[in-house]
Design a protein around this ligand. Structure first.
Ligand code: APR
Length: 254
């Protein structure tokens, strides 16, 4: 169970801060039924080698292995609902207490929760691109058909292989999203870092940029992270419980 005094301290920091940014990872979506990657018991990397199934080299070599691996994640994401942690961040944006969400997640649950300014550093599934002619397809249409037939999708234009617009290991992050994320991190005076092991760069550089720019760092995570030592407060626990408690405490201050 988390310490309630930390909740009220973070709420007070939120009350006084001018430029607040949230940085999220897969842990914010586990309460929505989507597994994360590195949780010791249930993470998706516990059973497969990410470089084989989720790198751009692995994809080009064997796209069926990628699609077989990602199929349950696509189904879960398709059916998932935003959870109280996502809704707490949406509430913060509504009351002008959140400039942006920077997320590593591809599940689009921040947008579904109502957040308008969301930087998706590792892409999303709204679009899918042919790796041969680069024709852009509607990702939802492509993935619905894949969930039905289980077949690697091919391009209507050139019959090339289609890849969802998610960033695989070995791929560049979307430059505009990354630049926007760095800009709001540099401008922030408070960053909430939620549900990430902070093990994957360059995304994990974002909280460091915020810290170096003078922001207070609050980490909310079930397990210790690689950046706990630089955080101003670390709250160990379930984001779906902690974030609503922080927002509730903040609302008592306003
Ligand atoms: N509340 C708070 N923290 C949680 C919760 C929860 N309900 N559920 C899980 N966590 C924590 C886990 O303890 C873990 O430390 O969230 C963290 C998730 O870490 P990862 O599984 O490593 O996910 P993430 O940090 O988002 O991974 C970054 O790695 O594999 C790539 O591209 C993939 O975007 C992903 C990137």
């Amino acid at each position: 169970m988390f310490k309630t005094e930390n909740i009220s301290t973070v709420a007070a920091w939120l009350h006084h801060a001018q430029h607040i940014v949230a940085f999220t990872g897969a842990g914010i979506s586990t309460p929505s039924g989507i597994p994360d990657f590195r949780s010791s018991d249930s993470g998706m990397w516990a059973t497969v080698d990410p470089m084989t199934v989720a790198s751009i080299y692995g994809f080009r070599h064997n796209p069926q292995a990628f699609y077989d691996w990602v199929r349950p994640l696509i189904q879960l994401t398709h059916d998932a609902k935003s959870n109280p942690a996502h809704l707490a961040l949406s509430k913060l944006e509504q009351i002008n207490k959140l400039d942006a969400v920077i997320t590593q997640n591809i599940d689009m649950l921040h947008t579904r929760a109502g957040n308008k300014t969301v930087y998706e550093l590792h892409g999303h599934m709204r679009e899918a691109t042919c790796i041969n002619c680069f024709h852009i397809h509607d990702g939802m249409v492509i993935l619905e058909k894949f969930l039905e037939d289980g077949k690697v999708p091919h391009c209507v234009k050139c019959n090339g292989i289609i890849k969802p617009n998610v960033i695989l290991f070995g791929e560049q992050l979307p430059i505009v999203e990354l630049q926007n994320a760095k800009k709001v991190a540099r401008n922030s005076d408070l960053m909430l870092v939620i549900g990430s092991s902070l093990e994957v760069a360059p995304a994990s550089d974002i909280p460091v940029i915020a810290k170096q720019s003078g922001a207070k760092i609050v980490i909310v995570n079930l397990e210790p992270t690689t950046l706990d030592s630089m955080a101003d407060i670390v709250i160990y626990g379930d984001a779906a419980e902690i974030l609503p408690a922080i927002v509730q405490s903040l609302e008592q201050l306003t």
